[in-house]
Structure formats: structure tokens, C-alpha cells
Design a binder for this molecule. Structure first.
Ligand code: PMP
Length: 351
């Protein structure tokens, strides 16, 4: 830390992103990317947009918002786009939490939530997941504040049925409930359809996973127009050009080529079933996942050991040194070939 760094950040512990080795010699199953390239239409439109990079991007992001509005059957006034859904989540922590309205989220969830809280100087309350790693809905309701739920949850992959989300929305009419749907296309049911009914619901989504655009950095938020206006107040106060024009164009292509996304998501879901079954045959505990990753532990086998051994064998997965999940690995579901390499290496290690 330099002597110039503001003391308001003295206790800030930044988020640790998963490793990005930058070479292709790893089987990379650690950051929940899609193993398939972006849609050809997304790439074509992005390449065409490159010729206009001398101009600023559209601060209103009219085209991609209209495309998303059309896709979800809502109005573009209900949509905001960001530099990844991380940016929208960051805005939501800033906009809808303060010292009297803490952030409330499960203790085992997306690791960025505590960081967003701290970076925005808002207190937060972590509600422990239940024994079976499902979300403690009553616990979230009992705690005053703005609720953040990743659905499906990360790193567990467990999907919380929409009826439970509605229970929270009804019980917390005076608080915003943010449903982070980064992994929704791999098997869950989206809460976007509830945004017309509940003015306290904000749903966030991303192009980083099912739409193969993690490097493009494109995310969105959907909700009541006044919630979106609040988020835009922050966006215009920080970076009105938060999405670059190549990424906007790629996003338009990705939404239009929905068949490509659906086909890839189906392949991933099939590979997930295969991976889950094979791991269970080897004695692993694996909760049913609705995401593009599985969460797996084998009793008597330390998570950190397995992670290190796999890394030595050029297979990257994610391990979290955190109580209760220390022995688990979060494994991104890749291509069938990648899954087979992973399974082969695990077999060697545990034998
Ligand atoms: N939510 C969850 C639960 C995630 O795992 C991620 C990816 N790390 C994100 C949001 C953010 O994704 P992005 O910023 O790439 O849209």
C-alpha cells in the first residue's frame, strides 16, 4: 500500500479472481466460462463494430437494451447494461444498501458480495446455508436489509425454486431483492417473469457463461423502471461509456443467435449429468447442480490436496479455503473431452 492510499480502504480485502494462466496448456475448469467460442454472429457483428472505435460507445446502449427487452418481453426502460454483471451488482450494493439497510446474503455464495459490501461501505449479514447447502429462506427474511441471492447459487450449483424467491419478495416488500442469475440458462427458471409483478425485484444476468462472452464483459439488470433509473444514476456518475461498442455489437449477435446458446447450454447440461454420475461412482458427494459447474467433495480426501494435484497435472479447478467447504472443489463443466481428462486424472490421484 502506498502512503497515498486513502485510509477509508484500510480494511478492504479485494476479490481474488480465479487463475487465468494465459496459455492453452491447461484444461481450464476453474472460472465457469463456456468452453465453446462465441456465436459466429456475435463475432461478425463485433468485427464490424471495430471500424467505429474512433467514436464513443452509445451511453444509452439503446440497441442491446432493445434487443434484450424484446428477448424477455419487457420494455427497454426495464433494462440496464454493464461491464459484466459484476458492475451491475456493484451498483446495486451502492444504490440499495447503506448503514441502515445492510446487505443480506448466504454465507456460502458468490465471493464478490462481501467485497462489494466493503467497497461500498455497507454492513452485511451472512446467513448460513442449511445443512444440505440449500438457502435458508426464512433466515434471509428474518434479517433486515437488501437481499442478494445467486440463483443457481455459486459455488454449490443448487437452484432455489421461484416459489421461494416469491416468498422473500412478499415478506420483504420494503427491501430490494437482487436475484443474480449468472447461471440461469443451464437449468434454472428465470425470475425475470416476476419483475412486472414485484417492484422490489432486480434480476441480474450475464453474457459471460451461456453466451460465451466472458472476455467481452457484458451483463445486465432487469427490474422496475425506477430501480433501473437508480442504477443509472450511479452508472452516469461513474462511467457512462461502461460497455464498449464492440461488446454491445457482440451482445446483439449473441441474443439473436439464441439457438446457438441453447444448443451449447444443452451440451453442458448433458456433460454435467455425466460428470456428476462419474464423480458419485468414485465416492464423491455432489449436490444436484443447475449451473455449468459442480461442487464435489470426497471424504478422506482434502480439497486443497486434490486441487494441487490436479494443477500439477495441468487441470485447473477452483478451491475455496473456507470453513464448511474446505474439502470441496468447484469444477466447471467443460467439453466431454475436458471432463474425461479431469475424471482420468482424479482417478489416478485418488488411487
Ligand atoms: N454472479 C455470479 C454468481 C458469478 O459467479 C459471476 C462470475 N464470476 C458473476 C456474477 C459475474 O459475472 P460477469 O461479471 O462476468 O457477468
Amino acid at each position: 500500500m502506498s502512503r497515498f492510499f486513502s485510509e477509508k480502504y484500510n480494511s478492504l480485502t479485494p476479490y481474488t479472481p480465479g487463475e487465468q494462466p494465459g496459455t492453452r496448456d491447461y484444461v481450464k475448469l476453474n472460472t465457469n466460462e463456456c468452453p465453446f467460442p462465441p456465436s459466429p454472429l456475435a463475432m461478425k457483428l463485433a468485427a464490424e463494430a471495430a471500424g467505429s472505435l474512433n467514436l464513443y460507445s452509445d451511453p444509452e446502449l439503446k440497441k442491446i437494451r432493445a434487443e434484450l427487452a424484446d428477448y424477455f418481453g419487457i420494455k427497454k426502460e426495464n433494462v440496464i447494461c454493464g461491464n459484466g454483471s459484476d458492475e451491475i451488482l456493484d451498483f446495486a450494493f451502492a444504490a440499495f444498501c447503506d448503514k441502515n439497510t445492510p446487505a443480506v446474503f448466504p454465507d456460502i455464495t458468490y465471493g464478490f458480495y462481501p467485497v462489494f459490501s466493503e467497497a461500498n461501505f455497507v454492513p452485511y449479514k451472512e446467513v448460513p446455508l442449511l445443512e444440505d447447502f440449500t438457502v435458508d429462506v426464512d433466515g434471509l427474511i428474518e434479517n433486515e436489509g437488501t437481499v442478494f441471492i445467486a440463483n443457481p447459487n455459486a459455488p454449490t450449483g443448487i437452484f432455489l425454486p421461484l416459489g421461494e424467491i416469491e416468498k422473500i419478495l412478499k415478506a420483504k416488500k420494503n427491501n430490494v431483492v437482487v436475484v443474480d442469475e449468472a447461471y440461469i440458462d443451464f437449468g434454472g427458471e428465470s425470475a425475470v417473469k416476476l419483475t412486472g409483478k414485484y417492484d422490489n425485484l432486480l434480476v441480474t444476468g450475464t453474457f459471460s457463461k451461456s453466451r460465451s462472452l466472458a472476455g467481452g464483459r457484458l451483463g445486465f439488470g432487469i427490474g422496475n423502471e425506477s430501480l433501473i433509473n437508480d442504477l443509472n444514476t450511479l452508472r452516469y456518475s461513474r462511467n457512462p461509456y461502461n460497455v464498449n461498442s464492440m461488446t454491445e455489437a457482440a451482445g446483439i449477435g449473441a441474443v439473436r443467435d439464441d439457438a446457438y446458446m441453447k444448443k451449447n447450454a444443452e451440451t453442458i447440461a448433458a456433460n454435467r449429468t455425466y460428470l456428476t454420475e462419474e464423480l458419485r461412482k468414485m465416492g464423491f458427494t455432489v449436490p444436484d447442480s443447475a449451473a455449468n459447474f459442480v461442487f464435489a467433495a470426497k471424504s478422506g480426501c482434502k480439497g486443497s490436496f486434490l486441487y494441487e494435484e490436479l494443477k500439477k497435472r495441468k487441470v485447473l479447478v477452483r478451491h475455496f479455503s473456507k470453513p464448511r467447504i474446505d474439502d470441496y472443489l468447484r469444477i466447471t463443466v467443460g467439453t466431454r473431452e475436458q471432463v474425461d481428462i479431469l475424471l482420468r486424472e482424479i482417478k489416478t490421484i485418488i488411487s
